[in-house]
Design a protein around this ligand. Sequence first.
Ligand code: PLP
Length: 359
Amino acid sequence: MRVYNFSAGPAVLPEEVLKEAAEEMLDYKGTGMSVMEMSHRSKAFDGIIKEAEKDLRELMNIPDNYKVLFLQGGCSLQFAAIPMNLMKNKKAAYIVTGQWAKKAYQEAQLYGEAVAVASSADKTFSYIPDCSDLDIPEDADYVYICENNTIYGTKFWELPNTKGKTLVSDVSSCFLSEPVDVTKYGVIYGGVQKNVGPAGVVIVIVREDLITDDVLPGTPTMMKWKTQADNDSLYNTPPCYGIYICGKVFKWIKNMGGLEAMKVHNEKKAKILYDFLDQSKLFKGTVEKKDRSIMNVPFVTGSDELDAKFIKEATAAGFVNLKGHRTVGGMRASIYNAMPIEGVEKLVEFMKKFEAENA
Ligand SMILES: *Cc1c(COP(=O)(O)O)cnc(C)c1O
């Protein structure tokens, strides 16, 4: 029996995708082998990665002057790759809205001057600071944000005013959740294990003029975007199976009606949960309403004991991975693309029942 999996990542994948992958496990399209077993230089895999890129470009409407890279090392390796590839003046502005932004900011300090131009640490990252008129250094090479804060459940609904500087955005936990205007970014990237596929792939979409040989001295060959771009992500063996599953998820989203349809689907789910939280006498959301994420929804009862009881009983009822991040406690429901509406409806029913029983 499948459960309703509210994990923040690795997270729920569409059942159709998993079934298709299972059907193709032993024999991928007459090749007589699994995608796990084939050469990354084979015709079959070439078809898989090219098709995946084509579908992603179509979904996100990625302009021709952007490269799409399928890489390894997760977001955490890109935290270093970003300054290595972009810090010409050795200076960058970071907006610190949570733990992932903070980690990126700290990593950048290894390579140059990372300046925190805004932060919401004063209120445990429960809001997005006003970024309309920040003090961005003249010579900053880029402005960095984490667009959807997976742990705290906040989202930039308006991009910061970068004052003409290149915007770099970590979209891990909102990747493909809604339409996006790629032209507003220099770099838009994310680990796929939240909303797109299995762990092991990070997708980096970079504007071509930012891909150069002019990187920081000592940048590993593998971390130079130019190496990866010149080799169509096949400089070395890529995470083949992960890319294959991502490709299937792209097709699934296309069949669902693309990113416009995903947005409608996601807003509907989030509204069900937030509407309940807003009228509940027991549960309450933890972030500023205007900054609420529609992907990650943290909430608390106000009592650690009741939180623990809720998580335990929810798990037994088939609603799993609702425990909040270890640094914040409480609960968090991650309701990514692949979470069906009935998963959220049933969770809310369960919460109502729990509330009545524990009033
Ligand atoms: C999960 C997550 C990360 C970390 O990704 P790794 O692939 O584990 O390095 C970074 N940023 C955001 C927004 C995340 O949700």
